[in-house]
Design a binder for this molecule. Structure first.
Ligand code: ADP
Ligand code: 5GP
Length: 200
């Protein structure tokens, strides 16, 4: 069978566990991470080029104008976006490329790449979400309130996604996502060449 690289969009409210789950998925070398650009300030421990490309508003707008962003959106007062070139290169290399992005950008990706696998991650309930967001201790109280408010509108968009994964334990969430990706790669559409060559 073909071994296609698939595009995976992972969304979920801030604090739902996207970064934690993604970092575990990346231990499997079939997966690759699309490093986003953002105008927000780095948090403690975040590295330029690894977690994000931390750039200015002017630099970000120049990338949009130059058509170099696959998608972009504003989130709690900052720009976030996916540089196009690395995603296209990694997919061509056969990697499963993970975009860990918010919902407005995610819907732009789905429009541009209808085969993208859209996964929404949620903790088991909203109280757990708030607890995890607070437990991270890397946001101000005002920022946490904004993020919880934004969370409600993001959860409403969950139905636009293909899959819902509950992040009860990280291990379960990672296992569920791997099963989803594995099933998707068995789609006949990804294996057309294999089928054509089978009887030659
Ligand atoms: P996001 O990237 O979606 O904003 P994070 O990955 O930063 O979320 O997770 C938010 C907080 O919740 C972090 O402190 C993280 O360690 C914790 N966390 C993530 N997944 C779980 C889980 N399954 N059980 C308990 N804590 C978790
Ligand atoms: P944070 O500030 O917590 O790192 O991210 C805030 C939100 O922006 C999260 O929902 C995260 O998934 C989203 N995000 C990160 N990178 C991108 C991106 O490239 N594009 C879009 N649209 N959202 C992003």
């Amino acid at each position: 069978m073909a071994n296609p690289g698939v595009l995976i969009v992972i969304s979920g409210p801030s604090g739902s566990g996207k970064s934690t789950v993604t970092s575990k998925l990346l231990k499997d070398t079939r997966f690759a991470f699309s490093v986003s650009a953002t105008t927000r300030a780095p948090r403690a421990g975040e590295e330029h080029g690894k977690h994000y490309f931390f750039i200015t508003k002017e630099e970000f707008e120049a990338l949009i104008d130059g058509g170099q962003m696959l998608e972009h959106a504003q989130y709690v007062g900052n720009y976030y976006g996916t540089p196009r070139e690395p995603v296209e290169r990694l997919l061509a290399e056969g990697k499963h490329v993970i975009l860990e992005i918010e919902t407005k950008g995610a819907l732009q990706v789905k429009a541009a790449y209808p085969d993208a696998i859209m996964i929404m991650i949620l903790p088991p309930d909203i109280e757990t979400l708030e607890g995890r967001l607070r437990g991270r201790k890397s946001n101000t109280e005002e920022d946490i309130k904004n993020r919880l408010e934004t969370a409600k509108s993001e959860i409403k968009i969950a139905r636009e996604y293909d899959y819902l994964v509950i992040n009860d334990t990280v291990e379960n969430a990672v296992c569920e996502i791997k099963k989803i990706v594995d099933s998707e790669t068995h789609r006949t559409a990804y294996n057309a060449e294999f089928i054509d060559n089978y009887i030659k």
